[in-house]
Write a protein that binds this ligand. Structure first.
Ligand code: HEC
Length: 226
């Protein structure tokens, strides 16, 4: 596995939080929960073993990568093409079968937050983890593209709208399962999708990555109370 704190932005966040010299578990909670759109379970590792622990660790790793991307795409940190590529690579390398293989049927032991519905909707789940790899690979490819003023912009830029449309083009035919994300692109191979998305502004792919994380969490992960 790759190291998780590859970017200077990540290091900066950790350093500035660290000045308050709290225990590192709180530190990581602060870092993780600051990612827009997610509620992270930084404390949930407690007592986890085996495959549950492995996938929590995997999710934590992509959570850190996603966090550094969010900082750059929100303008909080300076945009750095190589740092974006590094973070996207971490996500790509942890997605697809890496995720799927860590969800053997029925593994919901405490403290797992995985919902049993994962295995009733396995193809949808798998689709989302596979799409995550596609969008992360696309971001890796288009990180250096023109950002068309997208830096610091919370609302999708025009390029983003087009990207979302492209991503969801086939949804209508899939019967509108409510999770257009995963089911959207089955007609195209992963490679074809990446090639197409590689032409988009990086913000478009970042948004798709973020949407895929939250779509899967919304559907397949227990709601957090903290
Ligand atoms: C295919 C579904 C799926 C995708 C895609 C997905 N996750 Fe997860 N994630 C889960 C599930 C299920 C859990 C709960 C696992 C458990 O507790 O056993 C989880 C848990 C987590 C956790 C908590 C780990 C812990 O310490 O307990 C973090 C952080 C996380 N995900 C981040 C992300 C980020 C960031 C992305 C996108 C870059 C992402 N996830 C994409 C399904 C997904």
């Amino acid at each position: 596995m790759k190291q998780t704190q590859t970017t200077s932005s990540q290091a900066n966040v950790v350093r500035s939080t660290n000045t308050r010299s709290k225990p590192s578990i709180i530190l990581s909670a602060v870092v993780l929960t600051s990612i827009a759109g997610f509620s992270f379970a930084a404390f949930a590792h407690g007592g986890a073993t085996g495959v549950v622990k492995e996938r929590m660790d995997l999710m934590s790793n992509i959570g850190k990568a996603q966090k550094s991307l969010a900082a750059m795409f929100s303008g909080k940190e300076k945009y750095n093409v190589q740092a974006v590529r590094d973070a996207a690579t971490i996500i790509e390398n942890h997605a697809g079968d890496k995720i799927n293989n860590l969800f053997p049927k029925g593994t919901v032991e405490h403290p797992s937050e995985a919902l049993p519905s994962i295995w009733q909707n396995w193809s949808e789940f798998k689709n989302m983890s596979d799409q995550l790899a596609v969008y992360a690979a696309a971001l890796k490819a288009n990180a250096g593209n023109s950002r068309a003023g997208a830096q610091g912009q919370k609302k999708p830029a025009m390029g983003m709208g087009a990207g979302a449309m492209m991503g969801q083009k086939k949804t209508g035919m899939m019967g509108g399962s409510g999770s257009s994300m995963g089911a959207a692109n089955t007609a195209m191979s992963a490679k074809q999708q990446v090639e197409m998305l590689a032409k988009m502004p990086p913000m478009a792919s970042f948004q798709k990555v973020a949407q895929t994380c939250s779509a899967c969490h919304t559907k397949f992960r227990k709601k957090k109370s903290k």
